[in-house]
Design a protein around this ligand. Structure first.
Ligand code: DGI
Ligand code: FE
Ligand code: FE
Length: 192
């Protein structure tokens, strides 16, 4: 699908602010994909659609999770997590995108998952560091992203877990499992 067509499809689903964020994620994902040898076309499409379900009805998404996606655990960890797996489902069934790599990158863009592939990493990181993001610690992650996807993601996960803990919020187990996975990999690299 061409970029212009994809943007035209996604725009009515988003606020102006979220659309600008999406353009930032697209540009950043393209840059990271080029740098780290990831398919640029897939990165572009996954970035454009990553927040497709951000403003969908929460009850509708909870039903979808229960009945179609059967991922009950996620329901207990807050509504913010719903738009990623539901987005992948809607993008497949409403937009007609069938590429499993693109759908996976959308589904796991909020929590990550253990064993992320490079496309998933690029979208996860682009979502965190796009130019419109201004939260604490983002510049450190931007600097790490210049030469190491894994180090940058590890730092972003560290920041997110810390952010959630400071607010006494629930941490989704997959977010922690993703963090552990990157720590394990780092340890294996340094043990070699
Ligand atoms: O959709 P965006 O705002 O662009 O970014 P996102 O998809 O990364 O969503 C960020 C939100 O998700 C933010 O409010 C924090 C929340 N979040 C991320 N990881 C976890 C989480 N919330 C819970 N409860 N547990 C997590 O592990
Ligand atoms: Fe999101
Ligand atoms: Fe986003």
């Amino acid at each position: 699908m061409e970029r212009e067509k994809a943007l035209e499809i996604v725009q009515p689903h988003l606020t102006e602010h979220r659309y600008q964020h999406t353009l930032g994620v697209m540009q950043t994902a393209l840059r990271l994909a080029r740098k780290f040898g990831v398919d640029e076309k897939k990165a572009e499409i996954a970035a454009i659609f990553h927040d497709y379900a951000k403003f969908r009805n929460k009850d509708e998404m909870r039903s979808l999770i229960r009945e179609k996606l059967q991922w009950l655990e996620i329901l207990d960890y807050g509504d913010e997590l719903l738009h990623a797996p539901c987005g992948a489902y809607y993008v497949q069934h409403e937009v007609g995108i069938r590429d499993q790599e693109i759908l996976g990158a959308i589904a796991y863009h909020t929590t990550g998952k253990p064993g992320m592939n490079d496309l998933e990493k690029v979208i996860f990181l682009a979502d965190y560091i796009e130019p419109g993001r201004h939260f604490k610690g983002v510049d450190e992650v931007r600097a790490l992203a210049e030469d190491d996807l894994d180090e940058a993601i590890l730092q972003s996960l560290h920041n997110t877990v810390q952010f959630l803990m400071n607010r006494r919020q629930l941490i989704f187990p997959d977010t922690l499992a993703t963090y552990n996975d990157f720590i394990f990999k780092k340890k294996r690299r340094s043990d070699r």
